[in-house]
Design a binder for this molecule. Sequence first.
Ligand SMILES: Cc1cc2nc3c(=O)[nH]c(=O)nc-3n(C[C@H](O)[C@H](O)[C@H](O)COP(=O)(O)OP(=O)(O)OC[C@H]3O[C@@H](n4cnc5c(N)ncnc54)[C@H](O)[C@@H]3O)c2cc1C
Length: 395
Amino acid sequence: MATTKKVLQYKEPEKHYDVVIVGGGLHGLATAYYLAKYHGVKRIAVLERRYIGSGGSGRNTEMVRSNKRAHETLPFYKDSLAMWDDLSAELDWNLMVQKKGIIALAHSDGELASMRMQSDSQRRAGIKIDMLDNQQIKKMVPSLDVSDQTALPVLGAQFHPEGGTVHHDAAVWGFAKSAARCGVDICVGIEVVGFNVEGSKVTGVQTNIGDINANKVHVAVGGYSSEIARMLGVKFPVVTMPMQVMTTNIMAPFLNYYVASPRLHWYTQQTLKGDLILGGQLDPFSSWNSYTTWEECSERVATILEYFPDLAHGRVVRSWSGLCDCTGDSAPVMGPSGIDGLSLDIAWGYYGFKATPACGKYSAEYIATNKVPENIKAFSLDRFFNRQRVREVIL
Ligand SMILES: Cc1cc2nc3c(=O)[nH]c(=O)nc-3n(C[C@H](O)[C@H](O)[C@H](O)COP(=O)(O)OP(=O)(O)OC[C@H]3O[C@@H](n4cnc5c(N)ncnc54)[C@H](O)[C@@H]3O)c2cc1C
């Protein structure tokens, strides 16, 4: 039966908070939830200039996994992936978690060797990983062409059985609703345009409706961290690049796994609804554009059709794009900003959705205790100045 009861009531902001969170994406909402629920912080506001989930949180391709490269970051991603399992029950909201498994294809001996090396360090961190030969791949994904007739033939794959998908909109609503029920004020249409800093300490934010005082301010603005840097008069080591995604018409179920080709920059999954999500690479230029282009769409479709020829009857019915804030070492920035009371959770590029639960948990822990949790130490802003970069990128 239909209900008129509102899942979430937005609030007008008060004049003072213990913690103000800038950005109503998943990271901001999750941080607010963990702060209120597990650290007993009472007066928290999430300030969102558009609508909740309007950034990368509502635009991503929903892939969750823990098979990252740098050994120092594996415990963080492992923790985050495991946390998704219990979140539907904890938030009392169905997040449609599907640990369907991710198959990453290799097209050269070099790639296979590199995947084997990564698999070893991932296994040592307790992450489940298998290597597949072409016969095994064909059995799992009969529609994939693993013959030697493709432009760059498939030579094997890495399989991450615990990886999969979570419904991104469901996650946004689950965290927002639960944070609000813990007393968090979720305020939409409120844009932060500046920060008030006295001496070396943040004392609040300037917004389109006036100043809001805060003991602590946390920044989780997705692709807009350079704007925040400009407001603070500092520089963050990020470059903003859009990423485009397409989706097809609805088809009968045929693809049970998330399949990716890291080398050729494409990945695809069939959603519960039946459409295929076609993901790929970043746009080649830095910008804040949100349009999609014929060039990107046609190139993506052509590359995926090379390996899934039966899809030739399918149609692309929709496309969209979102912003990715990228660092040179493909790892994010979390924790202290250099200004007392101002913490960061930024630069998540195209891989921050999977990290949502751990970002919320560890950001909340840092804000509440002023101690940087072990699992996010590698993500410090300082690493760019003392040459301790994360080895997420293989050169
Ligand atoms: C096309 C695409 C595909 C992706 N696919 C995946 C994937 O498959 N798996 C994965 O793990 N990750 C993926 N990502 C990355 C992921 O979406 C992001 O890393 C993640 O959503 C970041 O969440 P967030 O809460 O930090 O930022 P966002 O969701 O971007 O939220 C930031 C919010 O801050 C608000 N804001 C900005 N400035 C201000 C201001 N001055 N005042 C008030 N509010 C402000 C914005 O309006 C926005 O709502 C993808 C990203 C894109 C673009």
